[in-house]
Design a protein around this ligand. Structure first.
Ligand code: GLA
Length: 346
């Protein structure tokens, strides 16, 4: 196992961006940069032991600065949308930055994906990590409170990529951190993901309006194209879902223990990924906004559905939906969350 650090270039304002390469005993390799605490690449073997990079992104920092629909980044302060960027907390109304039509998306104009995180490598028995830290100042993108945030990405010898989050604040604020890799288990840029098979451990999902804001309803998946309770080929019913899948699924868990949230399988290569989480939801986004306008790693063109995101998180617009689990972090509490991606072949 090892961890190596290099420079990944500089931002226009001269800030240095570092990139860490984590390698485990089975040759799995994860590269993480300090800009956005971003997973730049993830190499995992197929059933014949051939490694491929299974995440979309860019070869250089410049690519990320030019065109990145949140490729591989850590999303914060609030993953997904808050209607009109507005919410009321303890009697005060807050207005967040608006960056998606009339709504707030993924932390705003300069979210956690566009800031430099402090990073530190950690080597332990059977695992290598990078510990990222960021202080979001009171008022950033409209959020109340100084939020001290830590995200640790760990590669283990059991072929797991673990992401653990911790945050504390000095004023009550909503917090919803997640990870935004676009996966393609065939290898990035090879093909679309419609032939992948997906299982989601969710009997319910959250319908949304035209602006992708939850209506507030929690609906059964039974008999609908949203039923992934058994492994199902993604392309089979996607035509019945307007725009493609971009929905939060309500996990059959209790937020106390790590539960299996998703299983993704690519029949051609045999690569399989399981996602375990303590979060109550998972956003399944089938790369609907990719349209061939971005050329990514190794000159590959990213067309519609060329990657998919499985973002473990609380539900979108929770600050305005009293029936959803609360996302409010108070000054005397510590936000803690954990998601594990496990890789094997079948
Ligand atoms: C999330 C959202 C999508 C889209 C992508 C980024 O998955 O749910 O609607 O904004 O991020 O393009």
């Amino acid at each position: 196992m090892e961890v190596q650090k290099k420079s990944f270039g500089q931002l226009p304002d001269s800030q240095e961006v570092g990139i860490y390469t984590l390698t485990n005993a089975n040759a799995l390799k994860a590269r993480l940069m300090t800009y956005g605490a971003t997973l730049v690449s993830l190499e995992v073997p197929d059933r014949n032991g051939n490694l491929a990079d299974i995440t979309l992104g860019h070869d250089s920092l410049d690519g990320y600065l030019r065109a990145s629909p949140y490729f591989g980044c850590t999303v914060g302060l609030y993953g997904n949308r808050i209607a009109k960027g507005r919410f009321t907390l303890n009697g005060t109304e807050y207005q967040l930055a608006i960056n998606d039509g009339e709504n707030h998306l993924h932390g705003g104009i300069k979210g956690f994906d566009k800031v430099i995180w402090k990073a530190e490598p950690v080597l332990e028995e059977g695992e290598v990590s990078v510990k990222f830290k960021y202080l979001s100042k009171d008022g950033e993108e409209g959020y109340p409170g100084n939020l001290n945030c830590m995200v640790i990405y760990t590669l283990t010898n059991k072929n797991e990529l673990k992401i653990s989050y911790e945050a504390t604040t000095d004023k009550a604020t909503p917090v919803n951190l997640t990870h935004h890799s676009y996966f393609n288990l065939a290898g990035q840029g090879e093909d679309d993901i419609l032939g992948h098979e997906l299982m989601l451990n969710a009997d319910h999902y959250i319908p949304v309006d035209e602006g992708l804001i939850p209506t507030g309803e929690i609906r059964s998946v039974k008999g609908t194209p949203w039923d992934f309770t058994r492994l199902k080929t993604i392309g089979v019913e996607i035509a019945e879902v307007k725009g493609g899948y971009d929905h939060n699924f309500v996990l059959n868990g209790n937020e106390q223990e790590l539960i299996l949230a998703a299983r993704l399988h690519h029949p051609g290569s045999g690569r399989t990924m399981e996602i375990f989480t303590k979060e109550p939801g998972i956003q399944f986004y089938s790369g609907n906004f990719l349209d061939g306008s971005i050329t990514g790693k190794s000159g590959k063109v990213y067309r519609k559905h060329y990657g998919l995101c499985l973002e473990t998180q609380h539900f979108p617009d929770s600050p305005n939906k009293p029936n959803f689990p609360s996302t409010i972090l108070n000054p005397d509490e510590t936000y803690k969350s954990l998601t594990v991606h496990k890789f094997y072949t079948e």
